[in-house]
Ligand binder design. Structure first.
Ligand code: AP5
Length: 222
């Protein structure tokens, strides 16, 4: 089973992906995180995409499709996986579903974290992330009142290069124009709308309730 975490920048895809991955015991793949790691490591790919990421522009469909399909072919992704930030264009969605069909797998389930644009800028300008274990925080949540160190591993938290207001607005614009139309490809039992404005733990509960009837051989850990 492939589950797509879908929603605008800052809707909570990374936050929920971590919770879902541990609930379902399947890997989570974030295309944004993978690309940022390439930038941080200074690889050829990282150097080629660094400017695109910092300005909120998309990496080419061809490149991202290749990265994702290569991952999906690995044995640890055979039972299922979570995709965060992919697909992001109609072309990517069509490519993914064609690949799954040709591999004899079911169509993906889309978990749509619905959050209005007005809430996004505040969330993202207050986001900090651990460069080491990738845990996501928000300075307004109270969790970081006395520290800017990661509660999991102690590393100093960082701000993402694309979490600047002008870039966030550009990312939202691109989401509505280019990514949103993907939802037309998914309907019925393959589409799960989630109220993403609630606190993270309530968002997670909604996702669990919505997915539970469709899990098939995947066994949740609680
Ligand atoms: P990517 O990393 O995927 O970024 P994004 O889609 O813009 O989403 P974010 O990671 O910013 O937000 P999120 O929804 O994960 O929210 P989070 O959980 O962190 O992509 C980055 C870039 O990579 C793209 O711009 C593009 O350049 C490139 N790229 C990636 N994939 C690509 C593709 N397929 N094709 C082409 N290019 C691609 O939460 C945000 C904040 O809100 C946090 O502070 C969190 O603590 C807080 N929060 C979370 N949930 C809640 C809640 N329920 N209530 C209150 N606060 C909350």
């Amino acid at each position: 089973m492939v589950i797509l975490l879908f929603g605008p920048p800052g809707s909570g895809k990374g936050t929920q992906s971590r919770l879902l991955s541990s609930w379902l015991g399947v890997p989570a793949l974030s295309t944004g995180e993978m690309l940022r790691s390439e930038v941080a490591e200074g690889t050829d790919l990282g150097r080629a995409v660094s400017e695109l990421l910092a300005t909120g522009k998309f990496v080419s469909d061809e490149l991202v499709n290749q990265i994702v399909v290569r991952k999906l072919l690995q044995p640890d992704h055979a039972r299922g996986c979570l995709l965060d930030g992919y697909p992001r264009t109609v072309q990517q969605a069509e490519h993914l579903e064609q690949f799954l069909a040709s591999a004899g797998k079911n169509r993906s389930h889309v978990v749509h974290l619905d959050v209005p644009s007005e809430m996004i800028v505040a969330r993202l300008t207050n986001r900090l992330q651990c460069p080491n274990c990738k845990r996501i925080y928000n300075v307004s949540s109270g969790e970081l009142r006395w520290t800017t160190e990661c509660g999991e591993c102690g590393a100093l938290l960082e701000r993402r290069a694309d979490d600047r207001e002008a870039v966030i607005l550009q990312r939202l614009h691109t989401y509505h124009d280019i990514t949103g139309p993907i939802l037309r490809l998914y309907n019925g039992e393959h589409y799960h709308r989630i109220e993403g404005t609630l606190p993270p733990e309530d968002v997670f509960l909604q996702i669990q309730q919505s997915l539970r009837p469709h899990l098939g051989p995947l066994t949740p850990s609680y």
